[in-house]
Ligand binder design. Sequence first.
Ligand SMILES: Nc1ncnc2c1ncn2[C@@H]1O[C@H](COP(=O)(O)OP(=O)(O)O)[C@@H](O)[C@H]1O
Ligand SMILES: [Mg+2]
Length: 301
Amino acid sequence: MSTTTARRLDVTGMVRVARERVVARIREAEVVAAALSAGRNVLLEGPPGTGKTTLLRSLADGAGVPLVLVEGNAELTPTRLVGHHDASRVLTEDYRAENFVPGPLTRAMTDGAILYVEEFNRVPEETMNVLLGVLSEREMHVPRFGRVSARPTFRLVAAMNPFDAVGTARVTPALYDRSCRVAMGYQDEEAELSVVATATGGPEALVAQAVRTVRITRDHPELRIGSSVRGAIDTVLIALELATVRGQTATSDDPIDESTGVDAALAALTGKVTLADGTARPVEDVVADIWHRAGEELGKA
Ligand SMILES: Nc1ncnc2c1ncn2[C@@H]1O[C@H](COP(=O)(O)OP(=O)(O)O)[C@@H](O)[C@H]1O
Ligand SMILES: [Mg+2]
């Protein structure tokens, strides 16, 4: 077997660690683990805050391989991804393998890591083409450095937000053809309650109102983009601190003080949601209304 051939990963270990650390998402964990173990590369498609990074981290730990994380954006040039020669050392020593500073792709290939590129749809086309070549050959040629071969556990996982203004249509069919796609949508209310309770340790009533609030934002006529579960986590954490500073008790399961809850929700959510075209009132009013509505719905339940 050549060194560049993919080898199977510990699929059972991957799923076991994911079950320990990730709330629900068992089907996704199994499918992504199976695809990676089989030597496939994966496109994870889902809005921000749906647990993509959390899942990948636990799968990599379960497989016992490093995770190399790269933020995809317009500045991720092939040089940034692959590496460069140290300019000052090149002046005195000329181009040598020893003064090459490896980028995340080169490190991931030589360490046999999972290379996780977030916001993949934002990566420039030349950079996508470099990755495409690596996916086909599991090796690449770096000018004045030499041949880089992928260790058998190297994989690429690309994450994309389907609602990103920079469209996923930028990703070439050739890349889709060389990857497997797993969609990560928003989780159900029960799973989100569990995520937020675990992340914050907040009282049940506050957690419930924060989760219901972000869920309403995703399907609200005055909003184009709603908030992920991150907004609920932030709301609870801020509300707890605010309650402390205001001398209120926030440990019981009583609803949080009205104005404390609203202040926390405004700080946590107004920057995370986007108004729909034609919404005439300020985002603060929309978020405050949704917070109250969530409280009413839960009070009636
Ligand atoms: N299923 C889940 N299990 C545990 N934590 C989760 C889950 N989904 C989201 N989270 C939490 O929500 C936040 C955002 O998750 P993250 O994995 O960073 O999302 P993404 O990478 O999709 O933007 C983190 O604090 C994470 O711990
Ligand atoms: Mg992420």
